[in-house]
Design a protein around this ligand. Structure first.
Ligand SMILES: NC(=O)c1ccc[n+]([C@@H]2O[C@H](COP(=O)([O-])OP(=O)(O)OC[C@H]3O[C@@H](n4cnc5c(N)ncnc54)[C@H](OP(=O)(O)O)[C@@H]3O)[C@@H](O)[C@H]2O)c1
Length: 284
């Protein structure tokens, strides 16, 4: 298969490319200098020249504060971008594999969300990513939508500059005490594990549709930080932040744990416990 990865130099995109290279598939890396997903002419001319069997889209406007301040551009990239890719993939009879987010939920369930739970985003980012999902579901003939959560990888996130693990290690070097919120529950997920799961999905006759793809288990940001310092043997005083200690500019779900139910139903879930992914990340 010829697989084109959009956002190939991004945090997740780079890990996906690294895994695809190790398979028998042909890889085409597409970065922002070559493709603007919100521009249908650009998407059409480039993908019709490349003629991929599969298009993996990791590209998004996903800095939550920037999205809140610029809903129009956020919708153009996260919504219209997904719509454009759906139309052109149909024209080429290609499969679209698109990355979405846990932020499509409001967090009130307090139990792991499955794929059939009703989304209710709290912010512009979540709403625009959900619009992208809806465009794909209503247009694309062959698609996988993968909702991921709390991702970190060895390549820096281009939109945010760093990831939570590196931020904690940096703060531990600079300060005597690190304070972290304990009231937001998530599943930190290593991008290398998502990339492995993507290769598994593409090689295993999985049925098209929506999937939750996160590591197993869950924790608060405080518990995540505690595990980072424990595995990396970092000596630092770690404390829970007081409620309201950090100003919240944009509403976010307090609970965004996803259950990989559809992967498990098809016996293709290979996502490890989040602690195991973190160990692999820190040991490499
Ligand atoms: N980070 C998280 O915790 C998290 C959680 C849940 C879901 N996600 C989702 O995971 C995906 C990947 O995140 P990531 O951390 O790998 O992001 P990243 O490092 O910022 O990479 C995004 C890539 O997309 C490219 N891109 C951005 N806008 C584009 C556009 N309009 N047209 C074409 N390319 C564009 C970027 O290029 P430039 O940098 O050159 O613009 C970059 O190569 C996103 O879909 C995001 O919504 C992330």
């Amino acid at each position: 298969m010829k697989i084109a990865v959009i956002g190939a130099n991004g945090q997740l995109g780079k890990d996906i490319c690294e895994k695809i290279i190790k398979t028998k598939n042909e890889l085409v890396e597409l970065n922002h200098d070559k493709i603007e997903i919100s521009n249908i002419d650009c998407v059409s001319s480039l993908l019709k020249e490349v003629k991929p069997d599969v298009v993996i889209n990791t590209a998004a406007m996903h800095n939550v504060e920037k999205c809140e301040n610029d809903p129009e551009n956020s919708f153009k990239v996260n919504g219209i971008g997904a719509k454009n890719l759906s139309h052109i993939c149909n024209d080429l009879n290609s499969t679209l594999l698109h990355i979405s987010t846990d932020y499509v939920f409001d967090g009130n369930k307090k139990k792991p969300y499955v794929e059939t739970d009703k989304p209710l985003p709290l912010n512009v980012y979540g709403n625009t990513k959900l619009s992208g999902e809806y465009f794909i579901e209503s247009i694309a003939k062959k698609y996988f939508i993968l909702r991921v959560s709390g991702i970190y990888g060895k390549n820096p996130c281009r939109a945010k500059g760093t990831n939570f693990v590196e931020l904690m290690l940096k703060l531990a070097r600079e300060r005597d005490e690190v304070r972290v919120v304990d009231d937001e529950i998530l599943t930190p997920t290593f991008t290398g594990d998502i990339a492995d799961q993507i290769v598994k999905i593409l090689s295993s006759n999985a049925r098209y549709g929506l999937y939750h793809v996160t590591a197993e288990g869950s924790c608060s940001w405080f518990e995540f930080a505690r595990e980072i310092f424990s595995i990396s043997k970092t000596n630092i005083v770690l404390n829970r932040a007081a409620p309201g200690e950090f100003a919240i500019k944009v509403n976010r779900p307090k609970y965004s744990v996803l259950e990989n139910k559809f992967l498990k139903d098809q016996r293709i879930n290979i996502m490890p416990l989040w602690e195991k992914g973190l160990k692999r990340y820190l040991n490499q």
